[in-house]
Design a protein around this ligand. Structure first.
Ligand code: 13P
Ligand code: SF4
Length: 326
């Protein structure tokens, strides 16, 4: 056994001891580093983790993820203590719309229903009618009466995906993006598809290359049955049942760890191996242990915005199904 493996086990034991001392549950997003995923009680996508946060008995939730995720957990569990290893772990997508910008957009479209991705701040959620995640965005938009236009924010690629799948022409889409997924480019996608002829393709709908993949299908270069547009939770379900030996994965690279565990007989290859979210990587092993030992950083939501923000998330949970995403 290497020293690194021993050190990892010692660290993991210390994390679990501290979690037991605090009565804390550790939730980790699928994009966290493998070591963090392996020590967590639950690993999942945004929707699954929101549900666990709302239903678990633990008095303290330690959220190994980015700030909007921990904030969503706090909204759903106002009486629990929610900790995040580094409160400055932001999200470029959440930063692409502010509450003031959303208010101004709503004024231009009176009568529209506002749908915001959970990758938004609590201030933006407070201005939102219904939240969604990548796994339930289509279901959320389908729940809106056809005579009400939709304002969809902040992700332009997820918005385009929802427009395509629902066929609704009345969806106005905010032009925000996640810098990690936007950089999984059509050029890289095409190069990988052409050099892995028999591979399936799992694409997260935040990716800049989703449209290119569908375009390749239209040209007959990529059979439609080989493409799956999926949330991270949907990718895991698909990984367990795929009949293929190789899958190209277009999303943040932390996802590969979960996929490989879910089905070790399949070769999972990143479309862009450099697609690592710097905000997710702010949960370092040292910071996670310090968070548990020192009870910080505690996440709080302003009392004036928490009730409407919570209502938007709860409406999503009432509508949205889990998994899927196609
Ligand atoms: P999921 O909703 O699939 O968990 O993705 C969250 C996210 O941050 C994607 O970049
Ligand atoms: Fe935000 Fe993109 Fe990182 Fe997800 S991968 S947390 S959307 S910056």
């Amino acid at each position: 056994m290497t020293i690194t493996a021993t050190a990892t086990r010692t660290w993991a034991r210390a994390v679990r001891d501290q979690a037991a001392r605090l009565g804390a549950v550790i939730l980790a997003h699928n994009y966290q580093a493998p070591q963090i995923q392996d020590v967590a009680d639950h690993v999942g996508d945004s929707l699954a983790l929101s549900r666990i946060a709302a239903s678990c008995d633990a008095g303290t939730i330690v959220f190994a993820g980015v700030h909007f995720m921990a904030e969503t957990a706090k909204l759903l569990s106002p009486d629990k203590r929610v900790l995040i290893p580094d409160a400055s772990a932001g999200c470029s997508l959440a930063d692409s719309i502010t509450a003031d910008q959303l208010r101004a957009w709503k004024r231009k479209h009176p009568g529209a229903v506002t749908v915001s991705y959970v990758n938004t701040t609590a201030e933006v959620k407070a201005e939102t009618d219904i939240c969604c995640t990548s796994s339930n965005a289509v279901d959320v938009v389908r729940s809106i009466p056809p005579d009400r236009p939709v304002l969809f924010c902040p992700d332009q690629f997820l918005g385009a995906h929802v427009r395509r799948v629902t066929g609704r022409g009345d969806i106005h889409v905010w032009m925000g993006e996640c810098h990690v997924h936007a950089e999984i480019s059509p050029t890289e996608l095409m190069a990988q598809v052409h050099s892995h002829h028999d591979a399936e393709l799992f694409i997260h709908p935040e990716c800049g290359c989703t449209t290119a993949a569908l375009w390749l299908t239209g040209r007959g270069e990529l059979p439609a049955e080989r493409i799956r547009v999926l949330s991270t939770g949907g990718m895991l379900e698909a990984a367990r049942t795929t009949g293929t030996g190789e899958v190209l994965v277009a999303t943040e690279v932390g996802m590969l760890h979960q996929l490989r565990q879910a089905n070790p007989s399949v070769r999972f290859t990143a479309v862009n191996p450099r697609a690592a979210c710097p905000f997710m990587r702010m949960t370092t092993p040292d910071r996670l242990l310090a968070c548990l030992r020192e009870g910080r950083d505690e996440v709080r939501v302003d009392a004036s915005i928490a009730p409407p923000a919570r209502a938007a998330v709860e409406r999503m949970i009432a509508i949205g199904r889990s998994g899927g995403g196609e």
